[in-house]
Design a protein around this ligand. Structure first.
Ligand code: FES
Ligand code: MG
Length: 564
């Protein structure tokens, strides 16, 4: 069977001449008869977590050549979580759309996807699912553990913790700033079980990486070995015509959900997996996360839910060792890029440190996963990660203190009349309202309560939360306030009822009274042009993955019309 790229390169007419002549560049004479493998590369100096991916790409290139293919470096939109404003999430769909279209527009037969920082693996998976060319992910890997004053620092998690210590007056500002240079010790993405680590594990659980590669530290030479092997395998995927549509099945997504619970992964994975499933045409709903994830034990003792960091997980046996222990909960029907089931790859994976990867009989928590809450405050659903919450707050009644925007929160937080039973409610931070749904759902606590030793309160919002954050935080309330959700009608003083075991989130106000209140509309974004307008006009709510409505599904890899 001729490769897709033959529709550019084969023949003896003027157009095939043009396509070949510009691409010869010293390549071997038979280069145009080989599989053309694009390396979708999110390396960028402005995405610090991915800045090393050019080196990884070189190993992929070697692997592609070694297997008889032709490697082609393809820089794609890159998103650095710490830099990009107003939030990298606003640009995830742009990155996914741009990558999908460039994959389809070019003479490409297969793909190696290089990502790391939070949004880069999701956007590449979304693109690959929509173009459905043979593809695999090489995750860029986490950074090594940094230490400050003898204590290991977890990226993100310890920023939240230390900054609250400063506000509480228990840590000096000079010491806090001093810790800055220890936070990021090496190349790589955040070393906690934040969104980047979670999404690398999700890619592996979905079957889209070579098994055993997620979590390989970025500076570890084994990452380059995996990259080389990934390059070789990409050629093989093309020869076998094994496409994402055969891998990204409902069974694969359910395996990812089980994995998400066992690793204590980021709530952001809910939004990203729903978006990738929407592209792949796999049936997946918010309720699947609760149904499939509940009862799964939390085995990985990593920050933010636990103590250790990604380096420790790798040393302890990595994701295969985790999955080995819960292999009976995984669907053996889901195949990976190797063509073999995920369950087969983890069948003999040993654990080397039971303190990092806990035995199934002695888990960190017997029942992890993501709880999906519903009620008159979140008819479309909301999520909470019980593993990161305070057990005593999982059933809670309290009076709402409502903030209409992040700016309103910052202006009034320290002067509101709150006690530890209050429920902090933030609206206007959903996909449309901000826009882009920023990671502000873990609202800071009022300083006077911090000073009294309060370290957690119930917080509710239509925002997301950094995967490195923690607390009794209800997120992704759908529909969001800016889409007319009931969150827009809540008032300060309303009684809020949170019942995580009962899966409910309610405001104790009669339905008729709530409906009669005028919704708050001030402060929501109303962009007039450009990507932001397209985004706000078309973005789906969090319970559907926040993709744009016209981007769900697949257009496949049909070859576009000739250019000349
Ligand atoms: Fe890039 Fe955390 S900021 S992975
Ligand atoms: Mg993040």
């Amino acid at each position: 069977m001729p490769f897709r790229s033959a529709q550019w390169y084969s023949g003896d007419d003027r157009n095939s001449y043009i396509h070949r002549a510009w691409m010869r560049r010293g390549a071997p004479a038979d280069a145009f008869e080989r599989p053309q493998i694009a390396i979708a590369n999110t390396a960028s100096d402005l995405t610090p977590c991915n800045a090393h991916l050019d080196e990884v790409a070189r190993s992929v290139r070697d692997g592609v050549w070694a297997a008889g293919g032709v490697p082609l470096n393809l820089p794609v939109v890159s998103l650095g979580e710490t830099n990009v404003r107003p939030t990298a999430m606003l640009w995830r769909n742009l990155a996914a759309m741009a990558a999908e279209e460039m994959f389809r527009a070019n003479p490409i037969d297969g793909l190696v996807l290089l990502g790391g920082c939070d949004k880069t693996i999701p956007s590449l998976l979304m693109a690959a699912a929509s173009v459905d060319l043979p593809a695999l992910v090489v995750p860029g890997g986490p950074m090594l553990t940094g230490h400050f004053q003898g204590i290991p620092l977890g990226c993100g998690t310890d920023v939240w913790r230390l900054s609250e210590e400063v506000r509480a007056g228990t840590l000096g500002r000079a010491d806090f700033l001093d810790s800055e240079s220890s936070m990021i010790r090496s190349r790589g993405h955040c070393n906690t079980m934040g969104t980047a680590s979670t999404m690398a594990c999700m890619a592996e659980a979905l079957g889209m990486t070579l098994p055993g590669t997620a979590g390989t530290p970025a500076p570890d030479s084994r990452l380059l070995e995996h990259a080389h092997a990934g390059g070789r395998l990409a050629v093989d995927l093309v020869l076998r015509d094994l496409r994402p549509s055969a891998i990204l099945t409902r069974a694969a997504f359910l395996n990812a959900i089980v994995t998400l619970a066992a690793i204590g992964g980021s709530t952001n994975a809910v939004v990203h997996l729903l978006a990738v499933a929407g592209r792949a045409g796999a049936e997946l709903s918010l309720d699947d996360f609760d149904r499939t994830g509940s009862g799964v034990p939390l085995l990985v003792d990593l920050q933010p839910a636990g103590r250790h960091l990604m380096d420790d997980l790798f040393r302890a046996g990595g994701l295969p060792a985790v999955l080995h222990q819960i292999a009976d909960l995984l669907d053996p029907g889901a195949v990976t890029v190797t063509g073999r089931p995920l369950t087969e790859h983890v069948a003999h994976a040993p654990t080397w440190d039971g303190g990092v990867i806990r035995p199934r009989a002695d888990p960190l928590l017997p029942d992890a996963g993501i709880a999906v809450l519903r009620g008159n405050l979140a008819p479309g659903g909301a999520v909470i990660k019980p593993a990161a919450a305070s057990p005593e707050l999982l059933r809670h009644h309290g009076r709402a203190i409502v903030f209409d925007s992040v700016e309103d929160l910052h202006a009034r937080l320290d002067t509101v009349d709150a006690d530890e039973s209050s429920v902090l409610v933030l609206r206007g931070c959903g996909p449309k309202g901000y826009p882009g749904m920023p990671e502000v759902g873990n609202l800071p606590l009022p300083a006077k309560l911090l000073a009294r030793g309060v370290r957690d309160m119930v917080r509710i919002s239509d925002a997301r939360m950094s995967g490195t954050a923690y607390g009794t935080v209800v997120l992704h309330v759908a529909p969001e306030a800016a889409a007319g959700g009931p969150l827009a009608r809540v008032r300060t003083g309303d009684p809020i009822v949170l019942d995580v075991p009962g899966r409910t989130l309610r405001v104790d106000v009669p339905d008729a009274e709530l409906a009669a209140r005028p919704p708050v509309t001030a402060g929501f974004a109303r962009p007039a042009r450009g990507w932001e307008k397209l985004y706000v006009d078309h973005v789906l709510q969090a319970d559907r993955g926040c993709d744009l409505d016209f981007l769900t599904g697949s257009s496949g890899s049909a070859v576009p019309r000739e250019s000349h």
